[in-house]
Design a protein around this ligand. Structure first.
Ligand SMILES: [Zn+2]
Length: 266
């Protein structure tokens, strides 16, 4: 049987209000994981972005020094209209997601949280989450940031062979194999690598311009990348890098005072 000790002291949802009140005296940082429930090809479950964001947030908090940041319950649903031609995709509008994240952020500020790290597991949530972050900052005047892999993407892309590996391909299949191999069906894994070969249109190019398309137009399987090249070993290395870089980032945020962040001019 589980005991109270099995529940980490930084997981917001399983604390009582007096425990949260006590912890708020020493912790001013909270991580809000945001995901999506959307198709991830014929070989992966639809919850990859949600599960991975929640998993990363928890692992990062565990890897931090005391006092560890709070981890909020992850938001499962995201902006996934572009996958809606595939069954299993549940999408919410940009307006609904930004309103929800804004309300959560304002409520966290009301609780006394001074720094919010929105840990985003789904690339297409990014503009909406950044909009919400700006609104929270405008109204609550607290630190809010959105991380969608920026702290580790350059290292991850160095590890893979696939060009434009953006969805359910070499990266996401590897990371899923490393932590939930029982949910990966490699017999159904396909290579649907996009070959745009254009520095402005490539999704992973440093000069890439943001553009939007329904996935079905580009890929009949829903995969954009090469899932066949995935291995659990690669996935394990990717998780180690993501956890290490994200922990380093959260520690930086956690240990810097608002005065320092704003150069004492705010
Ligand atoms: Zn994904």
């Amino acid at each position: 049987m589980k005991t109270k000790k099995d529940y980490p002291e930084y997981m917001w949802a399983t604390l009582s209000w007096p425990e949260i009140a006590e912890r708020l005296k020493i912790v001013d940082t909270a991580i809000l994981p945001c995901g999506a429930i959307e198709q991830h090809g014929p070989h992966l479950p639809v919850d990859v972005d949600y599960f991975d964001a929640a998993y990363l947030a928890e692992r990062v908090a565990a890897a931090c020094q005391e006092p560890r940041p709070f981890v909020l319950p992850a938001l499962p649903y995201g902006v996934s209209y572009h996958h809606s031609e595939f069954k299993g995709t549940i999408c919410v509008t940009n307006n609904a997601l930004s309103a929800l994240v804004y309300d959560i952020g304002m409520s966290l500020a009301h609780n006394g949280i001074k720094k919010i790290v929105i840990l985003n597991g789904h690339g297409d949530n990014a503009p909406t989450l950044k909009y919400a972050a700006q609104m929270i900052n405008r109204d609550a005047k607290i630190f809010v940031c959105v991380e969608t892999g920026e702290t580790s993407d350059v290292d991850i892309y160095d590890l893979i062979k696939t060009h434009n590996d953006i969805h359910a391909g070499e990266i996401e299949t590897s990371t899923s194999m490393a932590i939930r191999p029982e949910l990966v069906n490699m017999e159904k894994a396909v290579d649907d690598t996009l070959d745009l070969d254009n520095e402005y249109l490539d999704f992973t190019s440093e000069r890439g311009v943001s553009w939007y398309v329904h996935t079905k137009k580009l890929s009949s399987s829903g995969v954009m990348g090469n899932a066949r090249l995935a291995t659990p070993e690669k996935g394990k290395v990717m998780w180690e890098i993501m956890i290490r870089k994200m922990t380093d980032f959260v520690e930086t945020i956690k240990n810097i005072s608002s005065d320092e962040l704003y150069q004492n001019k705010y």
